[in-house]
Design a protein around this ligand. Structure first.
Ligand code: ADP
Ligand code: MG
Length: 158
């Protein structure tokens, strides 16, 4: 499995890291984010959305809906599973159809429903180390995700 670990040292650095991922995101890509409240998931997603050409003012935490679509140079679905009560509720949102439909997906709190991720996904665990220091543990669980990781972080190793 292709993996990479790195750290950021400011919110701006996390945003820039996300923006670079957004710039190389393609149709069918699935990015699952895990990490505690305040780790920086939403901050990272805002960067990804911006890199994918989504107007930044459209991007927020999907507080009232589990998943919301953004239109950039491609369609990006942003989901946040924090408030999800159970897997049935996710089913009702149409999430599973979105995974196989057009666009890319980026999902906060994927650890709430790990089985909702496709077999081939880019998994990113974010941990707050101290103050503004965040560790990103990245793993590609299939070929599309490995290709995405190579485009995003060319120096990442197999
Ligand atoms: P989450 O979505 O994981 O709950 P948010 O992105 O909403 O987290 O919030 C992250 C918080 O941590 C923000 O207040 C942000 O300013 C702060 N922060 C401090 N350092 C960083 C960093 N290196 N990367 C991202 N956020 C950081
Ligand atoms: Mg969040």
């Amino acid at each position: 499995m292709k993996r990479h670990t790195l750290s950021t040292h400011s919110p701006a650095e996390t945003h820039a890291l996300g923006r670079r991922l957004g710039e190389v995101l393609e149709e069918g890509d699935f990015v699952g984010l895990s990490g505690d409240l305040g780790a920086g998931k939403t901050h990272f997603v805002r960067g990804v959305a911006e890199g994918a050409g989504v107007p930044l003012h459209e991007v927020s935490s999907p507080t009232f809906s589990i998943v919301q679509p953004y239109q950039g140079r491609l369609l990006v679905h942003h989901a946040d599973l924090y408030r999800l009560r159970d897997a049935d509720e996710l089913y009702a949102t149409g999430f599973h159809e979105l995974v196989s439909g057009p666009g890319a997906m980026i999902v906060e709190w994927i650890e709430q429903v790990p089985e909702a991720a496709p077999a081939d996904a880019l998994r990113i665990r974010i941990d707050a180390l101290e103050e503004e220091n965040r560790r990103f543990e990245i793993a590609a669980t299939g070929p599309a995700a490995a290709a995405l990781l190579s485009r995003w972080i060319p120096e990442s190793k197999d």
